[in-house]
Write a protein that binds this ligand. Structure first.
Ligand code: MG
Length: 169
């Protein structure tokens, strides 16, 4: 059995990860409409990773006998004033997700949910990478802006999806 508060937070995290996928798809669409296929590809790969994260939280909850409840996914309501804004918003969003995962970990510590602490270690590490990737993209954008953006877009076309290293049976 999982602690009630911890399982509630984990269930909410499923929605946050699914929303992340929605948000990044929306950002991908922004770039598609601007003819920036590489940036769009970067965000589409990111969206797939977020769906993986949601599935991992679902699997973990189910493995521990919790009945997952799927909530409505909010509509991404962002309008982006220029090409840099989605990148800034993506970093802000990852910081929000990090804080959310940290809050679950804190509750797991308080309630002596050791197995959930162990499960969350992968996500805590993953968030370091997510924030770094988002930061690196902003730095690359600034380095290439304005005349090198075409070249950077070409480079971003090569980002490939990889399945998460965490696997749950
Ligand atoms: Mg995520």
């Amino acid at each position: 059995m999982l602690n009630k508060n911890v399982s509630k937070l984990l269930n909410e995290q499923v929605n946050k990860e699914m929303f992340s996928a929605y948000l990044y798809l929306d950002m991908a669409h922004y770039y598609i409409n601007k003819g920036m296929e590489g940036f769009a590809n970067w965000f589409k790969v990111q969206a797939k990773e977020e769906m993986d994260h949601a599935m991992l939280f679902i699997q973990y909850l189910q493995n521990n006998g919790f009945e997952v409840e799927l909530e409505a996914i909010a509509k991404p309501s962002k309008t982006y004033g220029n090409h840099r804004v989605p990148l800034e918003e993506a970093l802000k969003h990852e910081e929000f997700v990090t804080a959310s995962i940290n809050a679950i970990y804190e509750e797991a510590m308080k309630t002596h949910e050791f197995k959930t602490q162990e499960f969350l270690h992968w996500f805590i590490k993953e968030q370091v990478e997510e924030e770094k990737n988002a930061t690196d993209l902003i730095l690359a954008y600034d380095l290439h802006n304005p005349n090198g953006l075409f070249a950077l877009d070409g480079k971003l076309r090569t980002r490939e999806y990889k399945a998460p290293s965490l696997e749950l049976d």
